[in-house]
Ligand binder design. Structure first.
Ligand SMILES: [Mg+2]
Length: 321
């Protein structure tokens, strides 16, 4: 049984872990693995680091859960409309969706306005860590909540189930002993069960992870990209993040460096890895020299840290542990 104090630390670890991964990964977006690896030294340079759409939406989602005590797509859409700062590296699809919400379009029509068949990008997964921590005690509720929040922008099953996979990984990480490495094999079995009703792409990715774990465990960046992907599609980035987190946690910096070394959608993959590893190790094990570089301001580091604490207090009230 995890104490309340440790649990609160883990809630903060998940939110700030996403913030860190996103902020440190942002400068590498779109690079090849070779180029990203050649630039990894810049991670040791000290300067103010700013977050992108991944953290921006994560904070808005957390605020909605705190205020409504549940996952209510209508309220989340309102928060997106109110708080999303579209200068923070948003993709065209999400910009159109947020602008439609601001024009007063109903939340359930917005996704189809942008992508007729629904988006299968990783946008619904990149922001889902508040759902992962808030429903870590009930995976059936977690699955539904991850899907409900996805539906605002991502109605394609690949986009929805990517959010389910990422939220599940965060939820499982929260329940794991922060002093020990992940129980990888057990987590794979659980992920397989949770994702069973979803698209076959996720089962294929889990097969790949199982094969890698049964061999060496760690493979080089280009091989990770070939087998699991580094793209903006949910099924080519969410399993990648789970693989990196399961392999490199509890070493937060090693996990983030490895995510960034893949190139591609580095801020989102590193943000998702950061959320999972942060939920595992908690805020107290996040690298201080990296935290010091995170931006402040009205919706910066202190705001995010406080928000994660309030999310925990809300969970205590709602779940009555
Ligand atoms: Mg981003």
């Amino acid at each position: 049984m995890i104490s309340k104090e440790i649990l609160k630390d883990k809630f903060r670890g998940a939110i700030l872990g996403c913030f860190l991964g996103d902020s440190f990964g942002a400068g590498f977006e779109g690079m090849s693995p070779d180029r990203a690896i050649s630039r990894l030294g810049t991670l040791s340079e000290k300067y103010g680091r700013t977050y992108t759409d991944d953290t921006d939406m994560t904070l808005a989602l957390a605020e909605s859960i705190i205020e409504s005590g549940k996952v209510d797509p209508e309220d989340i859409a309102r928060k997106f409309s109110q708080f999303c700062d579209l200068t923070r590296g948003y993709g065209m699809g999400t910009i159109q969706a947020v602008l439609a919400l601001r024009r007063g379009a109903p939340w359930h029509e917005v996704s189809r306005i942008v992508f007729e068949k629904g988006s299968f990008g990783n946008g619904a997964a990149m922001r889902v860590s508040p759902v992962g921590v808030f429903f870590h005690h009930d995976f059936e509720a977690l699955r539904k909540a991850a899907m409900d929040q996805a539906n605002i922008t991502h109605t394609h099953p690949l986009g929805q189930w990517g959010a389910v996979m990422q939220a599940s990984s965060v939820g499982m990480a929260l329940a794991q002993d922060p002093k020990r490495p992940f129980k990888k094999e057990e987590m794979l079995i659980e992920l397989r069960e949770i994702l069973w009703p979803g698209p076959v792409e996720y089962q294929k990715a889990l097969n790949q992870m199982e094969t890698i774990f049964s061999q060496s465990g760690k493979i080089e960046a280009k091989e990770v990209v070939r087998r699991l992907g580094n793209g903006i599609e949910a099924y080519r980035s969410v399993p990648t993040a789970s693989y990196i987190a399961l392999t490199y946690s509890p070493d937060f910096q090693d996990a983030i460096r490895t995510s960034i070394s893949l190139g591609g959608d580095t801020d989102t993959i590193a943000g998702m890895v950061g959320a999972i590893v942060g939920a595992h190790v908690g805020e107290r094990c996040l690298p201080v020299e990296w935290m010091e570089q995170l931006e402040e301001g009205p919706r910066g580091y202190s705001f995010a840290r406080d928000l994660a604490g309030r999310l925990f207090e809300t969970w205590c009230e709602m779940a009555k542990p």
